[in-house]
Design a protein around this ligand. Structure first.
Ligand SMILES: Nc1ncnc2c1ncn2[C@@H]1O[C@H](COP(=O)(O)OP(=O)(O)OP(=O)(O)O)[C@@H](O)[C@H]1O
Length: 260
């Protein structure tokens, strides 16, 4: 069953997550995300951001409330490979070439080999890694590994992309470049995206909205629309309009942290 096009792509209501040891990561979280929207999630350390992504991905169960993705249970969406995850660690398989890593999701989905190759070639070209298709992941820099990881996530054209602090381990310039690349990919595919970040500037640059979580147990304490024009690129970060929006987000984040 598919939800009507007007229904939110992600619909979490009263979401609770309590781990078996008793830690409550999320409490009463309500989040509705329309299809094609890019939402940045920010909050104090340990407030449940990764847990939220894991629940949306169908990798962890909710203990209370409801969560639907495209009108279905998240695990079903994962089973039909409509969701992709990008972590801080690019997790490339060292014994496979870059190309073989990128086509892996299609191989697992038993897509015909020629289609796998075409899609992997396209994804690698989009992230500027065509020349490294035959290389081993060990030959890539940190930024290039992350590009390969992005290409692998997007090779199957997922409806939903979950990003968990993906560029956090990279130097600032590489991070800027990758954010530009991510924005370009989103402009092409218009997937729905949830991006967890610790960086206020990154949240404002990427997000149609910035959702601020409270300290654990996480719930939404601010949901700020970001009305900066698109297409956006990292150069926007230096403008006064950007600085004003970022200052507002920073103030809300500080308030969430102090409330802890
Ligand atoms: N499998 C688990 N079992 C028990 N507790 C867990 C488990 N996973 C996470 N937690 C706890 O739940 C809370 C939320 O963790 P989570 O990783 O979602 O936070 P986060 O906001 O992503 O953190 P950070 O900003 O530091 O990356 C933390 O207190 C964490 O220790």
């Amino acid at each position: 069953m598919t939800a009507p096009a007007s229904a939110p792509h992600i619909d979490a209501r009263g979401l609770d997550v309590r781990f078996p040891g008793g830690v409550q990561a999320l409490r009463g979280l309500d989040l509705q995300v329309p299809r094609g929207q890019l939402v940045a999630i920010i909050g104090p350390s340990g407030c449940g951001k990764s847990t939220l992504l894991r629940v949306v991905a169908g990798l962890a169960p909710a203990s209370g409330g409801t969560i639907d993705v495209a009108g279905e249970a998240p695990a079903r969406v994962r089973a039909r490979r409509a969701v992709a995850f990008v972590f801080q660690d690019p997790t490339l398989l060292p014994w496979r070439s870059v190309h073989a890593n990128v086509r892996l999701p299609l191989e697992l989905a038993r897509v015909p080999r020629n289609e796998q190759n075409i899609a992997a070639d396209t994804a690698l070209a989009l992230v500027g890694l065509s020349e490294f298709a035959a290389a081993s992941p060990a030959a890539l820099s940190g930024g290039m590994k992350m590009r390969a990881s992005l290409a692998r996530a997007l090779v199957g054209r997922p409806e939903l992309l979950l990003l968990d602090e993906p560029f956090g381990a990279l130097d600032e310039l590489t991070r800027e470049r990758l954010n530009d690349e991510l924005l370009r990919l989103w402009e092409r595919d218009r997937f729905t995206g949830l991006a967890v970040t610790h960086n206020v500037g990154e949240a404002v640059l990427l997000g149609d909205r910035v959702v601020v979580l409270s300290a654990r147990p996480g719930r939404i304490v601010a949901d700020l629309p970001i009305d900066l024009p698109r297409p956006r690129r990292a150069a926007l970060v230096g403008t006064p309009e950007f600085a004003a929006v970022a200052a507002e987000v920073r103030a809300r984040l500080r308030a969430a942290d102090v409330a802890a």
